[in-house]
Design a protein around this ligand. Structure first.
Ligand code: PGA
Length: 257
């Protein structure tokens, strides 16, 4: 059985006091340790505060982005080693906001995944189609292109996948209009099939998260799908009650670690 994961992407929100408050609230929710695996992605400026609150707990945290060089004259960028130094285990790569607002290409996403792996981080690679692409029937073609850019970086020599993939249809992000469980399941199954072409073993174990307007009231139906192994949650991760409800839904989805 694959474990289930709930990841909270805070995006560019929050100051120190919010980080302390949110992190403490999650810690006090007394979820069963490690089930689900709960990971938060605060802005870089809050990583230290989160790490101080969460360091001796099962809660994990990660960066929302990183740069592909190890160090040097790259004003404003953050390296994998810097994230590790903040206690990060994970890093989001290729979020649609990075792809759309900052023009990150598939090739750049792959470079970032490579350096994340070299730094000992688990990349959470985000993929997803726009509303227009879905309307044109191009969803699978887009997902295929985005996923194929990173699959050569799968480590085929181990049985545990070295990355996580998050399917986030762009039309569902921040819109309140989640993909239906069936729509999401169909794309997740498609992605798992792409991974299976590399390794059936890794495909079975790869965590596939769904993101895009996951809320307390739709999480259970999404997490109940065969190929949905949890959620990447934006807006609702900033609302303690909603986020805990989503974590509870994951807990009830009843998967062991
Ligand atoms: P949302 O964002 O939950 O606010 O739709 C998801 C994401 O962008 O990761």
């Amino acid at each position: 059985m694959r474990p289930i994961m709930v990841a909270g992407n805070w995006k560019m929100n929050g100051l120190s006091a919010d980080a302390v408050h949110l992190t403490q609230a999650i810690l006090h929710a007394e979820m069963e340790p490690m089930r689900p695996e709960v990971v938060i992605f605060p802005p870089f400026t809050l990583l230290h505060a989160v790490s101080q609150e969460a360091k001796s707990s099962a809660l994990r945290w990660g960066g929302q982005n990183l740069f592909w060089e190890a160090s040097g004259a790259y004003t404003g960028e953050i390296s994998g080693a810097m994230l590790r130094d903040m206690g990060c285990r994970y890093v989001l790569i290729g979020h649609s906001e990075r792809r759309q607002i900052f023009a990150e290409s598939d090739a750049q996403v792959a470079q970032k995944v490579k350096v994340a792996l070299l730094s000992g981080l688990t990349p959470v690679v985000c993929v997803g189609e726009t509303e227009a692409e879905r309307a044109q029937g191009a969803t699978e073609a887009v997902i295929h292109r985005q996923v194929e850019a990173v699959l050569p970086l799968l480590n085929l020599e181990t049985s545990q996948p070295n990355m996580i993939i998050a399917y986030e249809p762009i039309w569902a992000i921040g819109t309140g209009l989640s993909a239906s469980p069936e729509q999401a399941q169909a794309v997740h199954a498609f992605i798992r099939g792409l991974v299976a072409a590399y390794s059936t073993q890794l495909a079975k174990r790869l965590l596939l998260l769904y993101g895009g307007s996951v809320k307390g009231n739709n999480a259970a139906a999404l997490f109940g799908q065969t190929d949905i192994d949890g959620g990447l949650v934006g807006g609702a991760s900033l609302q303690v009650g909603e986020f805990i409800q989503i974590c509870r839904a994951a807990e009830l989805a009843g998967r062991g670690g």
